[in-house]
Design a protein around this ligand. Sequence first.
Ligand code: ARG
Length: 458
Amino acid sequence: MKLWGGRFEKNTNIMVDDFNSSIRFDKRLYKQDITGSMAHVTMLGKQNIIKKNEADIIKKGLEELLADIENNKIAFDIKAEDIHMNIEKLLIERIGEVAKKLHTGRSRNDQVTLDMRMYVKEEIIEIKKMIIELMNTLLDIAKNNTSTIMPGYTHLQKAQPITFAHHVMAYFEMLKRDLDRLMDTYKRTDSLPLGAGALATTTYPLDREYVAELLDFDKICLNSIDAVSDRDYCIELTNTLAMLMMHLSRFSEEIILWCSNEFQFIELDDAYSTGSSIMPQKKNPDIAELVRGKTGRVYGSLIGLLTTMKSLPLAYNKDMQEDKEATFDAIDTVKMCLPIFTDMLKTIKINAKKMYQGAGGGFTNATDAADYLVKKDIPFRDAHAIIGKLVLYCVNNNKSLEDMTLDEYKNVSPIFENDIYEAISLETCVNKRNVIGGPSKDMMEKVIIINEEYLANI
Ligand code: ARG
């Protein structure tokens, strides 16, 4: 007999049981469900909606059930549909009639979204810690590489010299925004839906503030219809995670490039690489590739959630049961990617020589050569044209700007003097860029301190 079986004359079709049931995936909410029920029943007792001693018996039963679930002693039943009814049914089997009072003044509609909000809040805190660990790793790499010169790119064409610290700290800024979005999502998730009932609250004198206090919710959902209809927090979280994955994916793409024989900027540790079943020489960056690949799944969850919600009339609809697999998968994927990505980074070998060589080719110092002329009072547009000519000369003669003799310089413009070599050295190019946000060693060191303080206060 189903918990809701009173008005039915037939059993549900066996396919319906299977199709309708969510216990396969919502069983992970057992702890939130039981904790929520304990708070609800405590409040029912306090408000004399049920007797105090009945509340105590139910609470004790729930506690014991929780312990048994945690010790793997419980098998859930697909016929009981979801985690909420499984637990209620198990409780009735264990402590008898009194358990039937647990669901007084409550609906699964407010119960399920309570469980999800509690779960999402906990997961946000876990993911926050993992992001911070990655940020600390980036800071460490940056600290050791403020003088590691590499080429910076636009259009994947060599542009200007930067440092590895500068490049890595770009990702740090992205992660700062991700953390910010994550904690902002937390604020809106932190609102208690319990008490909304099926959609219109209840006639019992519930004390919602008390329940919010017991369950550590910051505020209470102020419209019962919205409370049971809202899955914004799942979408917001998944959106935040999709954006985080997009950042990890861009980073992964660069790591994959940097490991290639063409770049050789970094080498991954053997423990974070894989081989080929046929080509003996191969050392593949599978971790970075998988992080890049899994980004697609998280986007899929986000689009899935948005699409599920887009045409639903208020209030609860069973479609909303689909929120779980999408949200859980996005959370699981991110929690799998973050630690392994962090550990992979912790163990990378940086090939500073190759980076420096890379920065040396491709005329990354051409802007600085133009700026040299500007400092000698040539208008920038003219300077740009002069250096353009020089670059063409170098390309045709297979030279770099620093290989040219002073005579060759003077052939193009008499303004060049011996100090041109100093002006276009890669070290000068980097360290003269001392503007806030720029690559110079001094500036990077300042920014690293600012970001250390940021992490210390988060
Ligand atoms: N398993 C359901 C879900 O995940 C719980 C809520 C069911 N409510 C209902 N009225 N059928 O959404």
